[in-house]
Every structure is written in structure tokens, then in C-alpha cells.
Design a protein around this ligand. Sequence first.
Ligand SMILES: [Zn+2]
Length: 750
Amino acid sequence: MLNRRSFLKTSLTAGAAILPSGSVRRGLNASHPEYSVPVDAHGSAVEIVTLPQRLASLDPATLPWQQRIRRVGQTNMTEYDGAAMNVEQWADYWHATKADIVFVSVTGILAFYPSKVRFHRHGKFLKGRDLFGECVSAAKKRGMRVVARMSPDLNWPDALAAHPEWAMRHRDGSVQHNNEDPRLFQTCMFSSYMDDYVPAIMREVSSLYDVDCFYTNGWPPLGSLPDCHCAICSKLPPSDTPAYWRVFTNRVLELWRKYDVIAKEKKPDCFFFANSGGNVRGGPNLNDLGKVSVWFQADNQGRGYGDPAMWGCSLQGRVCNAVLDGKFAANVTAAYSTGNPVWRNVSKNPAETRMWLSETLAAGMVPYLHFVGAENGFSEDRRWQQVGADYFQWTSQHDAHLTTRHSIANIGVVIGQSTQLLYPGPASNRSRAYMHETTQGIYLALLQGRFAFDFVHEDRLDPEHISRYRALLLPNVAMLSDRQCQQLRDYVRSGGSLMASFETSLYDENLKPRADFGLAELMGASKAADVVGTNGNAYSARIESVGTPQPHVLLDGFDKTAWLAGAQNRIPLKPIDKPLLTVVPGFVHYPPELAYPTQPHSTEPAVVLRESGSSRTVWFPGDIERTYWLTGHGDLLRLLHNAIRWVSHDERIVHVEGPGFLEMFCWETGPGYAVHLLNYTNAAAQHGWLQEIDPLGPQTISLRVPSGVAVRSVELLKAKQRPSFSVHEQLLQFTVPALADYEVAAITVM
Ligand SMILES: [Zn+2]
């Protein structure tokens, strides 16, 4: 095994020797330093692999109209807006922001037009006014498209009295009501409410107005499954089971397709879409949803108590990219105050709003700004308006560079949606938050290592979707079908590499436990006993190769210690030959007199490594990603980074070097490439909201463009600068001199 530091030294020397200054093509007004060998956050040299060949060029005019939408606006109408809303003022604002499309409320809870559909109650301030129609006309007059927004999730007592079968029921048969306004009952998505009432409203709207598409808010549920005990649902499998999830997904798709047909009755390019989001949990099976959806509405409006990390929006974007094959996604940014408590009609911190919009763009989605209520001069609180207008107007100058084609990444992270939704965590830690913590742990570690990664849905493990990745990561993807396990075996046999942890593949797609991991043979890791949790002091990992001259890459950076932090939970594995790390079982934490290992040495492996040809696999028996999220322990971060480096052969496809904590995305675009940098170096990175920005120093970007592709220019879209750049053997390098909250380095090629 090559020693990293000596490799770095050799590369630097070799780099200098083979690089006469004349061989470096320089940008105009070049002041960029000579070619430098890229190194990672730990100082180890990385190899920059060549980007894939560029996609065939595309004429945007040939795309469906929604693919050309770049800005979405919504003033979410309240009942009082029937009396108070100034439609001209509303339309002028969104038009001035250069919004391409606006959401206008039809609803289903309260009609914003003189609806004749039975039980479509008119808002009490409407008084015969056609607010919906006025808004549609005002938007169309200004060249903006219109989404007809419905809400099929709630209705009133008169509807319930006539149609008791429309209601969701508790186990005892009582009606499920809205928690905040108990006059409203929750409608059941399996009932005729969805088959009859919603289509009646859609057809009425189509007959009266020129709308471009239909949308349902409040349905389907995000990130969780309904739990209804009405006459229909009582005959379905129990909620929160894999069988129910399939029935639920099928019903969502059935209604989606039905509504889409209705939407197209008047105009063939009209369509239906429903609320989505829920990050890695989703609601319906996201792979199936990706097939029917032409507009993925990511209802992921801001940080809250349950999901307090700053990257909540970009994480959602990676989920969209995993299933949409480049189709349209918009992420809703609340300009109002999300979280708990919430202020629906008060602006949030401008820096936080801007960061959420920037994450939206960076992750390849379309920014969408949302505020609730238009009363009294387009809301009592107007602070959000300038924030939104400035941001949207900036994006409008750069639509070509901000429109993404496909992501540049060499690592795939299998998200395991079924595990996220249905697996309850190990017996030692039953919690709905369990997988959330796992996802946050791997996400944070990947950001800190500045790896270029995509999310991969477990139903997309076919070569078409995964062969592009040097390595796949499986952070406790507990549920995998036999077929998915076989797909992963095929991937490794064809040269791919894997890193997996804890209960990965221990359950099938029905959450039925296996006697051993489905990937046991592939990974060389075999279960010896059930999960061991922590009571007191967690287990440690003993370095078995202390003192050997050339330790494994996995141990890089671990000096002067024989023990490393383990994890909170582990599955004991059967002994293997020459383990690199072994488990020192947990022991008493208090009293300290007893805080020593009763068994200081075991033959139980704390990691299992395999290498065959170019394939490398790493198996961690502990829930290492989640334990990193819970503790922030640097040993776990370094182990994860070393393992990811090893399985990816230290290859990078886009590399950003410099100080601070940031998130990076790289895209192929029409003009060339775009590297997006989001500065998360902030006291509010993991909790609260951004108040102010702590700028970062220079960031040097390296990527290797395909042969035959020449770089024409590099432009920093936020800083409005054109940095000098160098190209050596197709390796493009340039430096972003300073990073405030967000920067987009737009690379134009020829
Ligand atoms: Zn029901």
C-alpha cells in the first residue's frame, strides 16, 4: 500500500517536473498560480478523473413548457383575502420579480370563486367575488402562467353529515378532525371524496378559466403514511407496514393519473401534480412517483425543530435528482417564519430565506417563494417582498447557467426509502428519528469531506443508474430485496465498490428479518449475534496493526492510540482473518472505578475490508454514521472519510479546496458546467436560522473537462467577477477568492 504522504510528495515533485509554464493554457489576464496537486481536507493527494462526455445539445424551445419555468411565486390566499386582496398589486409584484408562474387558490376547503360544486363552501368574505378569476386574468395579462391550487384534505360538517364515508376514522370509529380547527374533518384518500368531489372541482375550473396545470396541496401526506380505520381502510393492511405502503402508493398513482387525464381534457399540455417532499422518507414510493410526475413539488419550506440542519433543502434536491431523470422540481421556500412555533404571516430572517433559495438552485431545483395572506396592501409584513424580488431578479440574469442538465458526482448514497419509512430502528433504539439521524450523519460526513455525491433510490440499482458511480454507500439500508442484493453483487462484480454499515440487508423488502445479511457473502461479513446496544460505555475499536510499517488507508491519521471510538449499536460479526480493527466490548461508564474493559481483546471484527480487482468493500458492524451525528466524534468522521477515500480509490470528479464548512454541487449545463458553493460555516449551521454570514477565504476548484472540450470562460455569478483560470491536460483550475453565503462558478465551454 502506498504511503499517502510519500505519494503526495512524489506527485508534487513529478507535477513540477512535467509542467513547464508554457504547457499551461491560461485564462485572460491570468494571475492564477501554476497547476497545483489537489489534496483533500486531510492533506492527502486526490486524483481528478475526467468528466463524462457532454450530453448532446438541446434546444430549450423543444422542451415541455414546465421545463422552462425558472421562478415560481405564491401568495397563499386566506379567507380574508376575499375582502382585502388587491389583485393588481399582487400581480404587479410577481411580474416585477420575473416569476414565470404563480399559484392561485381554487381550494376545496374554501372556494375562491363562485363555485357551484356541492360542499365547496364559499369563503365568508368572498360575497360573490370571483377572486380566483381576477387573479388568473391579472396573471395572464402579464404573461405569467397559473397553477390552480386545490386542497382536498379537509372539509366541513355539512359534507360530513351527507357523506360520513368521506372521513378518516380513528380506531374507535370516531372522525379524525383537524387539530387546530376541529370544525374541519380529514378526508380519506381511499374514499369517493377523491374520486368524485375533487374531479368535479377540476372540471368546473377548466370550464370557467384558462389555467396551465392543477395542483393538490395537503395530499398525499409527506414523510409518513395515513392511519385510517374507515370502512374501506379497515380492509387494507395495517398502516406503517410494507404491504400498506404499496397499497398507498398505488392509490396515489391511480388518483394522480386520473386527475392528469381530467387536467388534459381541455388542453393537452395541461397536467396535474400533487404535493411532495418529505426528503428521504417521501410518502409514496419515490421511484414510482418519479415516473408519473412532470412537476415535483418539494414542500420543504424551511428549517424546523424536527429537522434543524441548514442543508434540509439541498438534501431534498438530491432526493428529487435521484428519481426525476432531469424532470422539473421546485422547492417551496417560505418567506414566512417556519418552525415551531411558526408565524405564518411574519417574514423570516432574510439571510435564511436567501440560503434556502440558494440551496434550491444549487441542488438543481427551481426557486419558489411563498408567503401567506395578501391582506392590507399585500400583507401587513412586507419585508419579504424585497428579499424575494432581489433574489429572483438576480437569477433571471443567469437562467442558462442555473438550469441544470445532470449532476457531476462519483459517489452514490443509497437512500433506502423503505428503510426510512418503515424500519423502526434496532430493538435497542426503537425510534422514528433513528434513520433521520443516520441520514444526517452520512450527509454531514460527506459535506465535511467535500465529496461529490448523488442519492440513489433502492429501486434504481440497475446498471443504467449506478454504473456511473465509483462507489456506493449504504448507511444502514436495512431493507433490501433479494433482487436488490443481487444488483449490488452485480455492481461489485463489474468493478464497483461498496461501503455499508450495521443492519444493511438484514431485512427483505417486507421487513422480514434474514438469518444473515443479504450481502454477507459479498462483503465477507457474517452475523454472529443480535444487536448489542450501549449500557454505559460504548464499545471501542482496537487497532490490530499498531506498529506495522505501512498501515491501511483506513487508519490514516490515527497515531498514538490503539483504541478508536466504536458506535452506539453493533451487530457482532463472526471472526475473520487478520482483522484491521476488533471490538473492545462496552463496559461500565460509572463508577469510574469500574470503567475498564473486562474483555480488552476480542476476535470480533470492528470493520471488514475486501478487495478484488478494482472493487473494494468496507463493512462497519456499528451504526457509525448515526453515532457520528449524535456525538460529532472525530474518529468516526475520519473512519468514514478514510473508508470513502479507499472505496473510491481517492478519485474526485470535482474538487474544491479551501477553508471552512460548505456544500458543493457541480452540474453540466447548457453553456458548460456550474459549480455551486454554499457556505455553512456559521453558528446556525445545525440549529436556528442564519442571522449574518461569516465569509470564507479562497476556494480552489479543480475539474477535468472531457477531451475535445475547451474552456472559454469562468464567471462568478454572485461576485460578478471573471477569475483567471488554467487548463493543463484538460484539468481546469481556478480560485473563488472569497465566499459569502453562496457562489456559482459558471464555466462556459466550446
Ligand atoms: Zn379511510
